[in-house]
Ligand binder design. Structure first.
Ligand SMILES: Cc1cc2nc3c(=O)[nH]c(=O)nc-3n(C[C@H](O)[C@H](O)[C@H](O)COP(=O)(O)OP(=O)(O)OC[C@H]3O[C@@H](n4cnc5c(N)ncnc54)[C@H](O)[C@@H]3O)c2cc1C
Length: 313
């Protein structure tokens, strides 16, 4: 059987694509998700910026009803890791970890992205409990409080400036003596009254209590340790797009990608390959938010429906 649509990844983008494709009339739609559906937001202990959701809610609780809603309209979920997506003529092949292959007329790839870890003690354990990789998501939790930012590139500096508008003070910790960011951004950071630059310094350990992060210990190039009391620690040391499924046997990508590996799409979430769509955090210029990932999933699904309708009828 050839699927009408294969959805790769079951985060907010993939689940929304699943809802819209099935409810919009596509019949054989399978979402291939290697773990439990929900995506990376399930790691967050609190999400405050999903529209219409008031009160305290964890990422896990936010995502809990999404798969059930999709199943109601016929979305099938196969719990398997997809190794590669290829195209043979106008049929896509989904190569799975168990060696089997599924075929599909259209594919929506929504495998997200993974913020890189800096690798200091406590970072993983306190992720989502004071350690964050997203100022738009979590900055507001620290309104009027002090926070630490780790990193020295454009993202770290832009996010430090964003946080400086909300927080009383931002400690910007960078392992080198100068920044790799655009000169104008560096100037704005240097001129900011509530950003303290801590250069030639690396994080040693973030520590907390049962309420979350309490502070972070950092070490400078002379070996001196400084203990910074800050309930929020933001890590911006890079981001990897989960684009591995699009890499072909010869090492090329199935569709066009940016220098950073983001999937290039137009405003309809169409990639450079007919019938292949990308949605959510993995697409170029993604705001990396649940609401935008869900929006992308809906756009991609509506396009996939048109594509399959035109192809089969
Ligand atoms: C700790 C934390 C807090 C956050 N807080 C907020 C917040 O407050 N507000 C907000 O809007 N956003 C927040 N975000 C960002 C938000 O989670 C992401 O923007 C959103 O989840 C992106 O959705 P997505 O569907 O594109 O990708 P993801 O959520 O990353 O989902 C991708 C899915 O694809 C699956 N997958 C990957 N590769 C394969 C494969 N080869 N085969 C099968 N399945 C695969 C993964 O298992 C995953 O489930 C937060 C993120 C984190 C980590």
């Amino acid at each position: 059987m050839i699927l009408d649509c294969a959805i790769i990844g079951g985060g907010p983008a993939g689940l929304t694509a699943g809802l819209y494709t099935t409810r919009g009339g596509l019949e054989n739609v399978v979402m291939f998700e290697k773990g439990m559906p929900g995506g990376q937001i399930t790691q967050s202990s609190e999400i405050e910026n999903y529209p219409g959701v008031t009160g305290e809610i964890s990422g896990m609780d936010l995502m809990m009803p999404w798969p059930e809603q999709c199943q109601k309209f016929g979305l099938k979920h196969e719990m398997v890791e997809v190794k590669r997506i290829s195209k043979d003529g106008d049929i896509f092949k989904i190569h799975k970890e168990d060696g089997s292959i599924s075929q599909a007329h259209s594919v929506i790839v929504c495998t997200g992205s993974s913020p890189r870890r800096a690798g200091f003690a406590g970072e993983d354990e306190l992720l989502g409990k004071g350690v964050s990789t997203c100022a738009t998501c979590d900055g507001f939790f620290y309104k009027g409080k002090e926070v630490a930012v780790i990193g020295g590139g454009d993202t770290a500096l832009e996010e430090a400036l964003y946080l400086a508008k909300i927080c009383s003070k931002v400690y910007l910790i960078h392992r080198r003596d100068s920044f790799r960011a655009a000169p104008n951004t560096v100037k704005r950071v240097e001129n900011s009254e509530n950003i303290e630059l801590i250069l030639n310094t690396t994080p040693e350990e973030v520590y907390g209590d049962n309420m979350g992060v309490v502070g972070i210990k950092v070490k400078n190039s002379d070996g001196e340790i400084r203990d910074i009391k800050a309930p929020g620690v933001f890590v911006f040391v890079g981001n990897d797009v989960n684009n591995q499924t699009l890499i072909q046997e010869d090492g090329s990508f199935l569709c066009d990608v940016s220098k950073q590996g983001d999937i290039i799409v137009d405003i309809s979430m169409k990639t450079s390959v007919e019938g292949l769509f990308a949605a959510g955090d993995m697409r170029i210029a993604a705001p990396k938010q649940v609401v935008s990932a869900a929006g992308d999933g809906a756009v991609a699904a509506l396009q996939a429906i048109s594509y399959v309708d035109e192809k089969l009828n």
